[in-house]
Ligand binder design. Structure first.
Ligand code: ZN
Length: 390
């Protein structure tokens, strides 16, 4: 350990010695600066014009942005328009030659571990990572954890993530390969897996972390009316948009919540009849209209995907027994028939391939835990007797 630290310090010194050169000047492009302002004391205007043409020929999307790093030394100027590209202009008596270097990207996999004190982003920064990783992590668990209301002090996470480097500098995150989140004592493991070209996160049993929606909320006889911006209303005899799908079904057919959520409305009005409105995560709402009666739910009740919320009827403005089902996201109606649910369940035939694929990820993320944490996980039965985490 001691030896390794000494070596590290030595390498750092070496790096400092080689990278610092007294005659080099590092400059960040400011507002109003151009190639002309950089090269005016080195090249003639005509040559700078040629230089600009030549740079654009070699690096077509080149622009000199505010903040672009320019290294100026007596015989050359190096412009780094992004972290992967260096354009070196070697100066030759009112002439130049260009050298473009495309730096390779190196990907390193690391584990970040943090405990929430005040917010997920703060915890991530304390763990030595960028806030974008907090957003990536929150995205994985968006159907499982309500980050606005349910995050608690003491919640913790471990993230196995790819980090990309170029020129020995961190340039951004790649994929999160695996993650653990302990939210209010609930342990949630997410494993990255690609199936049929669709990227997703699954628990150890291959169940997707995205809950999504059921295709339809009931067993129906037929679709009597589809979603449209404009249709002749059978009762009102006017052209009005129909923002739902009408499923014809016998009176009393059970209606199921299409996703986990909280009941926002469970009431009667003259248009919708008896209706239920459910709020889901990510700004989704579903509506179920014209019910004959409600199941045992109240405003504020938590419902899970598939649970019965009411029964088909013909209350409100309706010509016969049917369910009018609607989906909204952030206040905008979506067509329930063409809407792609974020749900992704691995078919049984994929389970073995999945288990094989995630084995190395599980092994790696388990190394995030010291013996104390392992013991806690074991005590809370998040761990199987063979030491693997559930
Ligand atoms: Zn309808």
């Amino acid at each position: 350990m001691q030896q390794r630290r000494v070596l590290l310090v030595f390498l750092m010194l070496l790096f400092t010695v080689f990278s610092a050169n007294a005659s080099d000047k590092i400059h960040k492009i400011q507002t109003g600066e151009s190639l002309f302002s950089i090269f005016s004391d080195k090249l003639s205007a005509a040559t700078i014009l040629n230089l600009e043409k030549e740079i654009k020929r070699v690096v077509p999307d080149f622009t000199l942005r505010i903040g672009t790093i320019v290294k100026i030394s007596p015989a050359s100027v190096t412009i780094s328009p992004d972290s992967l590209t260096d354009i070196s202009v070697n100066l030759l008596d009112d002439d130049f030659n260009l050298e473009v270097t495309n730096h390779p990207v190196h990907t390193v996999t690391t584990i970040a571990h943090g405990v929430v004190e005040s917010s997920l982003t703060d915890a991530m920064v304390k763990a030595g990572e960028g806030i974008e990783l907090a957003f990536m992590l929150a995205d994985i668990y968006e159907w499982e954890i309500d980050f606005f209301h349910a995050l608690r002090k003491g919640d913790s996470f471990s993230v196995l993530v790819e980090k990309k480097f170029a020129k020995d500098r961190f340039i951004g995150y790649g994929k999160i390969l695996a993650a653990d989140f302990v939210n209010q004592g609930r342990f949630l493991r997410a494993l990255y897996y690609e199936y049929n070209g669709v990227k997703g996160y699954y628990d150890v049993d291959g169940k997707s972390l995205k809950k999504g929606f059921l295709k339809a909320p009931l067993k129906f006889t037929r679709i009597s009316s589809t979603y449209t911006g404009k249709r002749l209303h059978p009762v009102l005899n006017r052209y009005i948009p129909h923002h739902g799908v009408d499923y014809a079904a016998p009176v009393g057919t059970p209606i199921h919540a299409t996703s986990d959520g909280v009941v926002l409305n469970r009431e009667y009005n003259q248009f919708n009849g008896n209706y239920v409105k459910i709020r889901h995560l990510n700004g989704y709402e579903t509506l179920y209209l014209h019910l004959s009666k409600f199941a045992k739910i109240r405003k504020g009740s938590k419902v899970s995907q598939g649970s019965v919320i009411g029964y088909v009827g013909s209350t409100g403005i309706s010509t016969g027994p049917h369910l009018d089902y609607r989906i909204k996201q952030y206040g905008k109606f979506l067509n329930p028939l063409t809407f792609t649910s974020p749900n992704l369940k691995l078919p049984k035939s994929q389970r073995t391939a999945f288990k094989e694929a995630v084995k190395p990820l599980v092994a790696k993320i388990n190394t995030a835990y010291g013996r104390d944490v392992r013991f806690t996980l074991l005590r809370n039965s998040h761990m199987r007797s063979d030491g693997s985490l559930m």
